[in-house]
Design a protein around this ligand. Structure first.
Ligand SMILES: N[C@@H](CCC(=O)N[C@@H](CS)C(=O)NCC(=O)O)C(=O)O
Length: 216
């Protein structure tokens, strides 16, 4: 049976691959697992049928037989555990890769999401101009630390893993901010992730949804 995930029918990121179905698509492509995508509208996210799959009314969701999952990190971890290619065989290295997945979505993504909220939701507040540099400095702190850890390495801990997959997708959200370019090794790290054939296939698949929606 082919797993089915949900993605936006009309992604607000205009096909830049920033919505979180991109991580799941990329994971599927890395391990060579075919998948189906069910596109959902914003209205459908609030309907009981979708809330039964995702209590917070978001994408992505994952369904395979009697297994239903939400949270992109949990879905990517499930894919990585079921297939070879995204987690090392060595038990300790495997746990370190999983730790990097958590680091991506809890330690690094949080200040990045704060910036997104500041830019999208708070731009007309009188205090926006004062707050944004504070938010940016919180991001810089994490980027500095991550940059030191990565050093000259290609990936965060040995070979490419689900930890890198999550981290690259999180850092891509900074593209419009220019902040990533202050850390050349991190910018190169993201470019390395984006150059992977599996990333390109996943990116093209989500872009095709946006292009088709725009044409329709
Ligand atoms: N922590 C969740 C976040 C999911 C999330 O924020 N999804 C966004 C799209 S990237 C969404 O569905 N937004 C619509 C909404 O929240 O109404 C995950 O990683 O899966």
């Amino acid at each position: 049976m082919i797993p089915t995930i949900t993605a936006f029918e009309r992604s607000p990121d205009r096909g830049r691959g920033l919505a979180r179905d991109m991580r799941v698509r990329w994971a599927f492509e890395e391990v060579g697992q075919p998948y189906d995508v069910r596109l959902v509208s914003f209205d459908a996210l609030r309907e009981p049928a979708h809330l039964a799959l995702h209590p917070f009314g978001q994408i992505p969701t994952y369904q395979d037989g009697d297994l239903a999952l939400f949270e992109s990190g949990a879905i990517v971890l499930h894919i990585a555990e079921r297939h070879a290619g995204l987690l090392p065989d060595d038990a300790n290295a495997r746990l370190r890769a999983i730790a990097w997945m958590f680091a991506a979505i809890s330690t690094v993504e949080l200040p990045i999401l704060d910036r997104q909220n500041a830019v999208v939701l708070e731009h007309s507040e009188s205090w926006h101009a004062q707050r944004l540099p504070i938010v940016d400095d919180r991001i810089r702190q994490r980027l500095r630390e991550l940059s030191v850890h990565l050093g000259e390495a290609d990936w965060l801990d040995g070979a490419f893993s689900a930890g890198d997959l999550m981290m690259v997708t999180v850092l891509r959200r900074l593209a419009a901010s220019g902040l990533l370019n202050e850390y050349p090794n991190l910018a190169a790290y993201v470019a390395r992730g984006e150059a992977r054939p599996a990333f390109r296939r996943a990116f093209d698949a989500q872009l095709a949804v946006f292009t088709a929606a725009s044409a329709g």
